[in-house]
Design a protein around this ligand. Structure first.
Ligand code: ASP
Ligand code: MG
Length: 259
């Protein structure tokens, strides 16, 4: 079994999601578990919505929510056009945006932004992307099944930078993911998000946490490999946005990579 994680750009739009489906289809024999980020840029937007709402800029926040809704529904349309289940998925996505709008209104009334409410909002990106990706995978003939990552990624209650609880994750991954794999299906879950142990309160692992989610699941189930799919070819000698001639590094040790 392997874990395949797709970052924000790799699920950024319908074309990227279709490419991800093709990559997963090519790995079916290795029993993939798929972890996805939010559609690129979504988490930043969600955090901005939360801040705006708490600062009393409700109109701006609601406008940004509608823009995000339009973007997600447009990709849903592009992926599922003509599919009899398309309307149901669109409704499911839309309901999450209604929930987001209610949260924004509540923050606007309270005028206060706690780490816990920040996580409730930031987590929506992966809740949305995972539902959309499952629908798209099914459309591509992949036997995908959605798993609510919050039931697997059990953490403590340090909101916005929650600490994963390895034993609880291992137990939940065995219980919730293995039966799906055994049935020959492909579990798909959002990265980055979890829930506080013993509760149903949403937490997040911190920005960029989807790679971490994939690694935690891989470790919990002793996967043969954890693959992190992203939109660059690998590690470069410098930031290519700054140094146009940056070259691809073929081999690198961990210390050098982290530097
Ligand atoms: N969507 C989250 C973020 O932008 C997590 C991730 O993509 O790894 O930080
Ligand atoms: Mg990332």
């Amino acid at each position: 079994m392997i874990v395949c994680k797709f970052g924000g750009t790799s699920v950024g739009d319908a074309a990227a999601i279709s490419r991800a489906a093709a990559i997963v289809a090519g790995r079916r024999a290795r029993q993939p578990i798929v972890v996805v980020s939010a559609l690129g840029g979504t988490t930043n937007e969600l955090l901005r919505v939360a801040e705006q709402a708490a600062k009393g800029q409700l109109i701006g926040a609601l406008r940004a929510i509608e823009a995000l809704r339009d973007r997600h529904l447009a990709q849903c349309d592009a992926l599922l056009a003509g599919d009899p289940g398309a309307a149901e998925i669109a409704n499911e996505l839309s309901a999450m945006f209604d929930e987001l709008a209610s949260l924004a209104e509540a923050l606007n009334t309270l005028g206060d932004l706690t780490p816990r409410s920040l996580d409730a909002i930031a987590s929506l990106g992966e809740q949305l992307s995972s539902v959309l990706v499952v629908a798209a995978f099914l459309r591509h003939g992949l036997d995908a099944e959605h798993v609510d990552a919050r039931q697997v990624l059990i953490t403590d209650n340090r909101f916005t930078c929650a600490e994963p609880q390895a034993e609880a994750i291992s137990e939940a991954a065995q219980r919730l993911l293995m039966p799906i794999l055994r049935a020959g299906r492909i579990p798909v879950l959002g990265g980055f998000i979890g829930s506080a142990q013993g509760t149903t309160i949403t937490t997040t692992l911190g920005r960029g946490g989807s790679d971490y989610s994939a690694s935690l699941i891989g470790a919990a189930l002793q996967a043969d490999a954890v693959e992190i799919w992203t939109d660059v070819d690998g590690m470069l000698t410098a930031d290519p946005r700054v140094v146009p001639g940056a070259r691809l590094v073929q081999r690198i040790v961990f210390d050098e990579a982290s530097e």
